[in-house]
Design a protein around this ligand. Structure first.
Ligand code: KIV
Length: 279
C-alpha cells in the first residue's frame, strides 16, 4: 500500500531518517520502490540528467506530468512528490493552484514541491488550503540559478543564514508538510531542523536533517558531466555501462553477436521446403 503523509510524519516522530530519491522513468522508479525508498521526488533535475540541459529552467509542467505518470504507474509503496517547474507557480497564487492541481490530477502524485521562502508563503498557504500537500525547498533553489550566479552554497554569512531560517519558518507557517534544505552548511541545517516541527529533508545540508534526498543518477554514478560535492556515488555505473556497450559494438563488428544462444532456429524439414521453393 502507498505510504501517506502520516506514515512520513510517523517515521520522523519515531526518529527514523527518511531516505528520499529522485526517479523519472519506469526503471529508476521500480528499482527505487523495490529497494525500499519510502519517498520519491520526480524532480526538475530531470532537466539535467534526462534532458541534457545545464539547469532545470527549460523543464515544463507537461514534462513533469509525463514523468510523474510513469513513476505513479509502476510504483506501489513510495509517497511520490512532483516538482513544480520554473515559473509554473510564480506568476500568481491562482496560476500556482491551477498548476499544482494539474500535477495532482494528471500526474497523480501525492504532493507537490516548490522552491521559495518568505515571498512564496502566501502562495503555499493557498495551495495547502485547497487540499494539496506542499513540500517547501529553501537554501540553494536551482530554478534561481541565474539570480544566484551559479549553484552555490547558501547561508554562509550571518545575514543569508538568517534569511534561510526566516524562509524555512515562513514555509512551515504557510502549511508545508516538509521542506528540502539544499546546499547550506550542516550546522545551519541542524538549527533549522531543531527550530521547525515539520520534517527537513537535506541535500548538501549535513547529517542532522530528518531525511536526505539525492538524485538517482548521482547516487549511481550515471551522470559524469558534474558530480556535486554532496553526492555520494554508491556505485559508478557509467564506466560499467560504457564498457558493456563497447563490448556490444565490438561483438557486432566482429560477427560474434548474435550467437546461437541469442537466435531462434527452425526445423530442418521446414527449412528444406523453403529452400526448394521458387521465389
Ligand atoms: O529536482 C530535484 O531533483 C530536486 C532535489 C535536488 C531536491 O529538487
Amino acid at each position: 500500500m502507498r505510504l501517506t503523509i502520516r506514515d512520513i510524519q510517523k517515521m520522523v516522530a519515531d526518529s527514523i531518517p527518511i531516505p528520499m530519491l529522485t526517479a523519472y522513468d519506469a526503471t529508476s522508479a521500480r528499482l527505487s520502490d523495490l529497494a525500499g525508498v519510502p519517498m520519491i521526488l520526480v524532480g526538475d533535475s530531470l532537466g539535467m540528467v534526462v534532458q541534457g540541459h545545464p539547469d532545470p529552467i527549460p523543464v515544463t509542467l507537461e514534462h513533469i506530468i509525463y514523468h510523474c505518470q510513469i513513476v505513479m504507474r509502476v510504483t506501489t509503496r513510495p509517497f511520490v512528490v512532483g516538482d513544480m517547474p520554473f515559473m509554473s507557480y510564480n506568476v500568481s497564487p491562482e496560476q500556482a493552484i491551477h498548476n499544482a492541481a494539474r500535477l495532482m490530477q494528471e500526474g497523480r502524485v501525492n504532493a507537490v514541491k516548490m522552491e521559495g521562502g518568505e515571498y512564496l508563503a502566501p502562495t503555499i498557504a493557498r495551495i495547502v488550503q485547497s487540499g494539496i500537500p506542499v513540500m517547501g525547498h529553501v537554501g540553494l533553489t536551482p530554478q534561481s540559478v541565474n539570480k544566484l550566479g551559479g549553484m552555490r552554497l547558501q547561508g554562509k554569512d550571518v545575514e543569508s543564514a538568517r534569511q534561510v531560517l526566516r524562509d524555512a519558518k515562513a514555509v512551515q507557517d504557510a502549511g508545508a508538510f516538509a521542506i528540502v534544505l539544499e546546499a547550506i552548511p550542516a550546522p545551519l541545517a541542524k538549527i533549522v531542523t531543531e527550530k521547525l516541527v515539520i520534517p527537513t529533508i537535506g541535500i548538501g545540508a549535513g547529517a542532522d536533517c530528518d531525511g536526505q534526498v539525492q538524485v538517482f543518477h548521482d547516487l549511481l554514478g550515471l551522470f559524469e558531466e558534474f558530480v556535486p560535492r554532496h553526492a555520494k556515488q554508491y556505485i559508478q555505473l557509467a564506466p560499467l555501462i560504457r564498457d558493456a556497450i563497447s563490448s556490444y559494438v565490438a561483438e557486432v563488428e566482429g560477427r560474434q553477436f548474435p550467437d546461437e544462444d541469442h537466435s531462434f532456429s527452425m526445423k530442418e524439414d521446414i527449412l528444406a521446403a523453403l529452400r526448394a521453393e521458387e521465389v
